[in-house]
Ligand binder design. Structure first.
Ligand code: HEC
Length: 110
């Protein structure tokens, strides 16, 4: 009985470790999340709308190690001045983890 429980728990631990070890977030899930969180109301992958295109953003921040942290913060709190005079309003509907996931996905569009 104990053994079965132990084995089950070990299996769970392994599954969790594997999930944590996954290097990248799945693109489809991230695109869905961006849509669900209303990002696509102002952004497109390839076209400038109210906000800059995700490709332009990815190109600008390519190779900047702190880009995910900086941009996730800006997504949540909003901000202006990086791309022109139109500000991005705050997006309090997005958690920190969600913001990081969407930003990581945005930055893949080089
Ligand atoms: C109401 C329109 C609007 C919505 C909704 C919106 N954005 Fe933006 N976004 C903008 C504008 C405008 C800018 C340019 C701001 C600037 O010039 O600093 C921007 C800039 C950005 C940037 C680049 C910031 C920088 O400093 O270079 C990222 C990343 C971004 N948005 C992600 C998101 C994500 C993720 C969401 C959804 C949670 C989202 N945006 C929702 C309008 C919007």
């Amino acid at each position: 009985m104990h053994n079965a429980t132990d084995r089950a728990l070990t299996g769970l631990g392994l599954a969790a470790a594997l999930l944590l070890a996954l290097p990248a977030v799945p693109a489809v899930a991230s695109a869905d999340l961006a849509a669900k969180k209303m990002c696509m109301g102002c952004h497109r992958v390839d076209e400038r709308r109210n906000g800059p295109s995700f490709r332009d953003i990815a190109r600008r921040y390519a190779g900047q190690p702190d880009a995910v942290a900086t941009l996730s913060r800006k997504v949540i709190t909003g901000g202006h001045g990086a791309w022109g005079r139109v500000p991005m309003p705050a997006n309090p509907q997005v958690s920190e983890a969600e913001a990081r996931q969407i930003v990581q996905w945005i930055l893949t569009h080089r």
